[in-house]
Write a protein that binds this ligand. Structure first.
Ligand code: GLN
Length: 536
């Protein structure tokens, strides 16, 4: 059992998730089985109730776990399917300890952070490391070293390291090297201070990954090696990258893989990054370009729709196409700027969402796409609103709506799922995770998936109201994907439109380099056609 912990110092947002995923990728390329887990020291039980504006998107796993978006990075980089065990939060740790205490498992002992909480953390980590059968488990510790919340985790890891040995339990510390002053000097002091902080809890890092706008110069590297007491080879430069998929290559080129394998006593195999480089090459050297417009409500925060952006990158790579994103705040749709954006777009995506803010703007964008035959993909809320728009403007049901936004509408074309009516708690109570879907033969969805039985991830409480199915279908919006029992509408396609698809599920979560989400691929493909026809 080999474990590599990735912690962060100086400040948050250094890309520990990409660092963990990239280290995993280079190790995997040497023939090792790699898995990854994330520790989020906040008290929430899971990410399901967190505001995407603060934390970025909620990533959904096959088992329905609502996780931090870094789980998405691990799945995409390592091409694995993770479970809720890979997403640890303080809420889960304390929840489990308190449950054991209530059951009487601690036999009258005083329950304390050390050893009870730390033991729980250790067992959660080793359960994944052993249970997954991985050669190496990457463990990313969220937050910044020095935060009060991370203390029990660092203590648990310090203990694990002395139990397992320094060559089986390694620490990679990610820091920031700012460039300051008229000489554009790369400043190593923040790194030195954050390593000092880590040492104060008994942990000496094995590797330092220094994030910097530029590649680290030799002076900065040796200074970090000297002051932080790590070998020069173990100081790795992680400069700003054009694509996150370049990062594994940066690490490999600096010899980090060999260093880690050597430290862990694992025999080194030649690097198998050829496939990765091929994908990267397709990402970096596109022949065509399309503009996809995203209409959402958290547009300034790129992380809120991270999996969509990645899915389009994967789709673009397979079509030798750069996907340029146009972004529109759905509340601003009636302004002139928005009109111009709609006209500029070669394809439109309405992603998932909750709450009524910006709904009318999204409906207007859907109407524009339908009437002007602009390629369109609606995901979850986007799918539901495509049905609302259709009911209002094609079926003439002027006040059609989802009961999520208007409980008194005369035409509730989107309504709460029957099993959701009695639900009162917010956390982990939606229709969540992987569900099988039957896809109609001969449909666009079938062409894109190349299958009539698929499985996709869900996260919703509302659905297409079964009472409206026939009426809507008769006018040309057809349901070409349904749940296995036939009750839930999962995919809709508009007849007579070059590409107008909606899905109740979230195809973006399963998109991978080399295997893009089929519906995103379909949108980019249609956008290419739309653009070339428009440009003549
Ligand atoms: N708010 C809608 C529902 O709960 C859509 C959810 C989503 O887009 N993820 O069904």
């Amino acid at each position: 059992m080999k474990i590599i912990v990735v912690s962060g110092g100086v400040l948050s947002g250094l890309g520990k998730g990409i660092t963990s995923s990239s280290i995993g990728t280079v190790l995997k390329a040497r023939g090792l089985k790699v898995t990854a887990m994330k520790i989020d020291p906040y008290l929430n039980f899971d990410a399901g109730t967190l505001n995407p504006f603060e934390h970025g998107e909620v990533f959904v796993l096959d088992d329905g776990c609502e996780a931090d978006l870094d789980l998405g990075n691990y799945e995409r980089f390592l091409d694995v399917n993770l479970t809720s065990d890979h997403s640890v939060t303080t809420g889960k740790v304390y929840g489990s300890v308190i449950e054991k205490e209530r059951t009487g498992n601690f036999l009258g002992k005083t329950v304390q952070i050390i050893p009870h909480i730390t033991n729980e953390i250790k067992s959660m980590i080793s359960n994944v490391a052993i249970g997954s059968g991985a050669d190496v488990t990457m463990v990313e510790l969220g937050g910044t070293v020095g935060d009060i919340e991370s203390m029990p985790y660092l203590e648990a890891m310090r203990q694990m390291r002395s139990e397992l040995g320094h060559d089986s339990f390694l620490f990679v510390h990610t820091t920031l090297v700012p460039i300051l002053g008229s000489h554009h000097e790369q400043k190593t002091k923040p790194t030195q201070h954050s390593v000092k902080e880590l040492r104060s809890v008994g942990i000496q890092p094995d590797v330092i990954v220094a994030r910097c706008a530029k590649p680290l110069d030799d002076g900065a590297k040796s200074k970090i090696a000297l002051f932080c007491d790590v070998p020069l080879q173990a100081v790795v430069s992680a400069p700003d990258a054009k694509s996150i998929y370049q990062v594994p290559i940066f690490l490999e080129e600096q010899g980090l893989t060999d260093y880690l394998l050597n430290r862990m006593g694992i025999e080194s195999k030649p690097d198998g990054l050829a496939g990765w480089k091929g994908f990267l090459n397709r990402v970096m050297n596109p022949k065509h370009e399309v503009k996809i417009l995203l209409v959402g409500k958290y547009m300034e925060q790129r992380d809120s729709y991270m999996s969509h952006y990645e899915a389009f990158t994967h789709a673009g790579a397979e079509l030798e196409t750069r996907v340029k994103f146009l972004r529109m705040e759905s509340e601003e749709i009636d302004r002139d700027v928005s009109r111009a954006l709609l006209e500029e777009a070669d394809g439109i995506l309405i992603p998932g969402g909750f709450g009524s803010r910006g709904i009318e703007g999204k409906i207007e964008a859907i109407r524009y796409a339908r009437e002007n035959k602009v390629p369109f993909l609606g995901v979850c809320l986007g799918f539901q609103l495509a049905n609302v728009e259709f009911a209002r403007n094609v079926l003439g049901m002027g006040d059609a709506n989802s009961t999520e936004f208007d409980t008194h509408t005369a035409h509730p074309v989107v309504d709460i799922l029957p099993e959701q009516r009695s639900v009162t708690k917010m956390g982990a109570t939606m229709r969540l995770g992987a569900q099988p879907i039957l896809v109609e033969k001969g449909s666009t969805a079938e062409r894109l998936y190349g299958a009539t039985e698929i499985t996709e991830r869900h996260r919703h409480r509302y659905e297409i109201n079964p009472h409206y199915i026939d009426t809507i279908q008769q006018k040309g919006l057809r349901y070409t994907g349904r749940s296995a029992d036939g009750k839930r509408m999962e995919i809709c396609e508009l007849k007579g439109h070059p590409f107008f698809i909606g899905s109740q599920f979230h195809p973006e979560f399963k998109s991978r380099p080399g295997r893009p989400a089929p519906l995103h691929f379909g949108l980019v493909e249609a956008a290419l056609r739309y653009r070339s026809e428009r440009d003549g």
